[in-house]
Design a protein around this ligand. Sequence first.
Ligand code: ZN
Length: 509
Amino acid sequence: MTREKFYITTPLYYVNGELHIGGAYTTLAADILARWHRAHGKDVFFLTGSDEHGQKIEREAAEHGMAPKEFADSIVQKFHELWEALDITFDHFIRTTDDYHERAVGEVFKKLMDSGDIYLGRYEGLYCTPCETFVATSEDGLCPSCGRELERISEENYFFRLSKYGDALLELIDGNPSFILPPYRRAEVRNRVAEGLEDISVSRSTFKWGVPVPGDPDHIVYVWFDALLNYVTALGAPDDTERFRRYWPADLHLIGKDIIWFHCVIWPAMLMALGYEPPRTVFAHGWWTINGEKISKSKGNIVYPREVVSLYGADTLRFFLFREVPFGRDGNFTFEAVDNRYHQELANGLGNLVMRTASMITRYFGGKLPSPAVEDEGAKALAALASAMPAKVREAMERVDLGAALEHIWNVVREANRFVENSKPWVLAKEGETERLGTVLYTLAETSRLLLVELYPFLPRTAPVGLAQLGAEWDPLDAEPLERWGVLKPGSPVTKGKPLFPRVERPGV
Ligand SMILES: [Zn+2]
């Protein structure tokens, strides 16, 4: 039986500097989902990469006294270091300067010129270089998205016949409720499409750093057109490759809400022009502010992932960003909030549960898992709640609701800790109620095990450590057999290890 495929992507990151928390956010979400789908039998292809062409990079490289490619190499190196530090398990990293991509962009452009979907015209209007975006109107001469000064340009341009695809796009949006997620982002895109679409410029002739238009090398392919194509060129398109046939269409493009127009309108129209299927889902998440303010390098209002990782570990960042706000909404980042989540939920909640369970089994049963020999009402209720959790997590993960998945998991963490307080195993031990104590501790061990199995995509470093303490088996590519109740066998060894989440003293607090 062939496994079902799951193709998940992040946007390409612009190589103009180190990625901050907001930049790492999408990639962390993609990694969590990729791990979850792999653990549930899917043949996952997880793509990320870097966007390296355009005037902005050309200028920035010049400021550093470097050639554009040399400058891009230095930044891409930093991306790789970050993805390693955050345990990102991408299957392929694409650079828009890769030979195969540049060649494919040229081929696609030629194909669309031949079919009449791309034609030569004249563009007169405003352009934001930092955003690499054409701006239709602006009263104050400033970019509506970044607030910086716009440049007026007038040049011969190639245009993409976007206007032709309005009806087909409306049909796509209306006929596929999960094409744009979360659902509350759908209406805005739909309304703008319904107002009518204009053809868009897809080339520039004021700089050199990019893919030349076939047969007219004074023109360079517009960076967005170039970058969007990565989702198919990474699979070998426009050649008819096995990889392309296997993985296209993308199951999930994860993006920030600022680039929803490119991904939900321009990109599917480009695909239609090429005769390719549109992606199944585009999920647009919200933005992070830092201490209530927009992330901005110039304001010095910026947090880099390494600052969190060096204090609390990569797992904490992976957990925090999806626990703190519902995935899709905007969120506010503060170190206080990270510290609270870490100590209250990871250390006192989950870590303490696993620690207490393992140490009581060590103390009262010599490190051998007792059997659940007698019935206990509380144990039965907790077992029922924990057994029902994997299905709830699945339902949440399938609709890309990472926050809901964590909430289902934390509901069980809370109940399990409450059960420890209510059942008072130390009293049972003192009174010699060994059988009941066995049931209580077995139930806690099995609940902890299930929690760690479900948390693995979020906590890929810590979960296996906790599972090993419980003597539990673990397979990152086959979690389903481990998601039922009763996998731990009485008599199996349990070891009390170090705390999963030791206390952290935050400097300067
Ligand atoms: Zn701008």
